[in-house]
Design a protein around this ligand. Structure first.
Ligand code: G
Ligand code: MN
Length: 220
């Protein structure tokens, strides 16, 4: 199937309800409690079956289509989270993290859109975390810093995704001051375990703690 027809089909898929959000648990290791969920988009194609997001998201990112996907994902995730309750032994209901692509993130109506969705669904802003990768964050560093401080003002959290794979400027990390740093899976479960690797991990973790940021390991 060609890329072109896949894009056409993706457009239709959104209307046909073939796209759904799945929620992957985030576990606090000290308590083994589920403290949140990452909202991940899934495409079930009627003929080809499941198409992974690392195939269709980059395709969508090449056009305005990513905005339509985002306009679907955010309200879905917020509505889902608003139905989650505090579980036994826990003090707060789980948060939801939503992935944002560059095109969505650098959109002037972003904060207003988030606030409307939170209000409509009655979700506490503290229970929403927006995920961006450092390649997105660094695209326009000043603007990103502004947006993240806006999030902070309205009580919404931010997560730096795939940390360690991009530029990962350390001084910049301190300025952005994200709520969560998500250490990329390649650092957490390297193909070849080396001394070097655990040194890097320790450095990222201690940096995160000094910045008062939650450090999260991807894919364990
Ligand atoms: O589920 P999986 O880890 O394979 O997802 C891979 C990546 O696909 C995620 O880390 C994220 O970058 C991207 N992705 C998944 N769902 C969404 C979504 O709703 N919006 C955006 N922009 N990216 C997503
Ligand atoms: Mn992510």
């Amino acid at each position: 199937i060609s890329r072109f027809s896949l894009v056409q089909e993706l457009r239709q898929a959104l209307l046909a309800g073939e796209l759904t959000m799945h929620y992957q648990p985030i576990v606090e290791l000290t308590s083994t409690r589920v403290v949140g969920f990452e909202a991940l988009m899934r495409w079930h194609h009627p003929v080809q079956g499941w198409i992974p997001p690392n195939v269709f998201i980059p395709l969508a990112e090449q056009s305005e289509l990513i905005l339509a996907l985002g306009a679907f994902a955010l309200p879905e995730a917020i509505a889902a989270a608003s139905a989650w309750r505090v579980s036994e032994g826990s003090t707060r209901a789980p948060y939801v993290t939503v992935n944002f692509s560059a095109h969505q993130f650098h959109n002037s109506g972003l904060i207003a859109m988030i606030e409307v969705e939170l209000l409509t669904n009655g979700l506490d802003p503290e229970r929403l975390v927006i995920e961006i990768t450092d390649s997105v964050a660094l695209l326009d560093a000043n603007e990103t810093m502004n947006t993240l401080s806006h999030f902070r003002q309205i009580g919404v959290g931010s997560a730096l995704d795939d940390f360690g794979t991009g530029f990962s400027s350390l001084s910049y990390l301190a300025l952005l001051n994200p709520t969560i740093i998500k250490i990329d899976q390649t650092f957490v479960s390297p193909k070849h375990e080396t001394e070097h690797n655990s040194t890097l991990l320790e450095a990222i973790i201690s940096l995160g703690h000094k910045l008062n940021t939650t450090v999260l390991a991807e894919g364990i």
